[in-house]
Design a binder for this molecule. Structure first.
Ligand code: PMP
Length: 364
C-alpha cells in the first residue's frame, strides 16, 4: 500500500520515519517487553521519555531558563479558558481578531475578562494581519493567534507589548521556523499539526506568570501551578502522544531544528505561492505580507458561486483519486486549502502543483 500526501489542517501528516520507528517499538519499547501505551506514567521506563521530550522542546525552541514547559490536555481550545483564568488581575485583556480561532479565544476570555479587541481583520475577510504597532494599556495580557489555520495568515512581525505579557496561540506554526520565546509570556499549541497525534497541548509559560491566585474556584486541572508543581503529572498525561512527540522532535533535530524546518517550509510555500500568483486559473486568498508558511488556501477564478462550488468539489474528488487528500477548504472560506506542515515533503507540493496544472488545463 502506498501512502498518500495528506494536506489536512490537523491532525496531519507525521514523518514516515517516525511512524516506522513507533511501529517497530510498538510491542516492546527498548527491551521493556511493553508498549509505551501500556506503561505506567510513573514507571522507570516512561520517566526518561518525558524528560527527553521536554529537553528537546527546550533545545529546539531555545526556551529560556525562566520558562516552564508543560504537556497538558484539552487542546488549544482549553487554553482559551486557562489563559484568562490564570492571568486575570485587573480584569482587562487585549485581543487581536485575525480569524475563527482568535474569535473563539475572544469569546472564551469574555467570560472572565473585559476584552478589548484592539485590532481586527474581519472587514477584509481575514485575508491579512492588521497592523497593531505597539500594544499598550492597563491590560493583564495581550493575545494573538500567530498562524491562522483557516485563513492562512501569519504574523510576520511579533508586536511589541512592553511589560504586558504577550500570549500566543502557535498551534499551527509551532517549530515551523525559529521563534523568540523570550518575547512571550505564554505560548500554547495543540500538538496535532506539527508535533504529534492529537491529545497533548504544549504550553510554555514564563515563571512569573504562574500564579497561586487564579480566578476563584478555578478547577485544579485548569491551574498552571497545579501542573508545574507536578511536572505535568498531576493526573495521567497522554503518555503515548508525548512519546510520539519525542520522536517527531528527534526528527526535527536531525533535519536542522527550527532553522532547518524554516528552510524546508519556505521552499515548499514559495513554490506553491509562486505557482498560484502566476496562474491564470487559481488565486491565493491570503494577502502578500501576511501569508502563512503552513496553510495555503486558494480558489479558482470562477466568479459564479454555483459554478465555483461544482469545480471545487470536482477538484477535491479528483485530487483524492490522485493520492492528494484533504484539500477541501474550510467551510467558512470555501475553495481549497493545502496545509503543508513540517512533515509534508517537497515532493508532495510538487505533486500538488502538477495536479493543479493538469486540472486547470482540463477545466479552464
Ligand atoms: N487554534 C488554532 C490556531 C487551531 O488551528 C486550532 C485547531 N485547528 C485550535 C486552536 C483548536 O485546537 P484544539 O482542537 O487542539 O483545541
Amino acid at each position: 500500500m502506498s501512502r498518500v500526501y495528506n494536506f489536512s489542517a490537523g491532525p496531519s501528516m507525521l514523518p514516515l520515519e517516525v511512524l516506522e520507528k513507533a511501529a517497530s517499538e510498538m510491542t516492546d519499547y527498548n527491551g521493556t517487553g511493553q508498549s509505551v501505551m501500556e506503561m505506567s506514567h510513573r514507571s522507570k521506563a516512561f520517566k526518561p521519555i518525558m524528560e527527553k521530550t521536554e529537553a528537546l522542546v527546550r533545545e529546539l525552541m531555545n526556551v529560556p531558563e525562566n520558562y516552564k514547559v508543560l504537556f497538558l490536555q484539552g487542546g488549544a481550545s482549553l487554553q482559551f479558558a486557562m489563559v484568562p483564568l490564570n492571568l486575570k488581575k485587573n480584569g482587562k485583556a487585549a485581543y487581536v481578531n485575525t480569524g475563527v480561532w482568535a474569535e473563539k479565544a475572544i469569546k472564551e476570555a469574555g467570560k472572565w475578562m473585559e476584552v478589548d479587541v484592539i485590532a481586527s481583520s474581519k472587514d477584509s475577510n481575514y485575508r491579512m494581519i492588521p497592523d497593531v504597532g505597539t500594544i499598550s494599556g492597563d491590560y493583564d495580557y495581550a493575545h494573538i493567534t500567530l498562524n491562522n489555520t483557516i485563513m492562512g495568515t501569519k504574523w510576520a512581525k511579533i508586536p511589541e507589548t512592553g511589560s504586558i505579557p504577550l500570549v500566543a496561540d502557535i498551534s499551527s506554526c509551532v517549530l515551523s521556523e525559529p521563534l523568540d520565546v523570550s518575547k512571550f509570556g505564554i505560548l500554547y499549541a495543540g500538538a496535532q499539526k506539527n508535533l504529534a497525534p492529537a491529545g497533548v497541548t504544549l504550553v510554555i509559560i514564563r515563571e512569573d506568570l504562574i500564579t497561586d491566585t487564579p480566578v476563584e474556584n478555578t478547577p485544579a486541572m485548569l491551574r498552571y501551578d497545579t501542573h508545574v508543581k507536578e511536572g505535568s503529572m498531576y493526573n495521567t498525561p497522554p503518555c503515548y502522544t508525548i512519546y510520539v512527540m519525542g520522536l517527531v522532535l528527534e526528527w526535527i533535530q536531525k533535519n536542522g531544528g527550527a532553522e532547518g524546518m524554516a528552510k524546508r517550509n519556505t521552499e515548499k510555500a514559495s513554490m506553491l505561492y509562486d505557482y498560484l500568483d502566476a496562474s491564470p486559473y487559481y488565486a491565493a486568498t491570503a494577502e502578500n505580507g501576511s501569508r502563512s508558511l503552513m496553510n495555503i488556501p486558494f480558489v479558482t477564478k470562477e466568479t459564479d458561486p454555483e459554478k465555483a462550488d461544482v469545480i471545487n468539489k470536482k477538484f477535491v474528488a479528483e485530487a483524492e483519486k490522485a493520492g492528494l487528500v484533504n484539500l477541501a477548504g474550510h467551510r467558512l472560506v470555501g475553495g481549497m486549502r493545502a496545509s503543508i506542515y513540517n512533515a509534508m515533503p517537497l515532493e508532495g507540493v510538487k505533486a500538488l502543483i502538477a495536479f493543479m496544472e493538469k486540472f486547470a488545463k482540463e477545466n479552464a
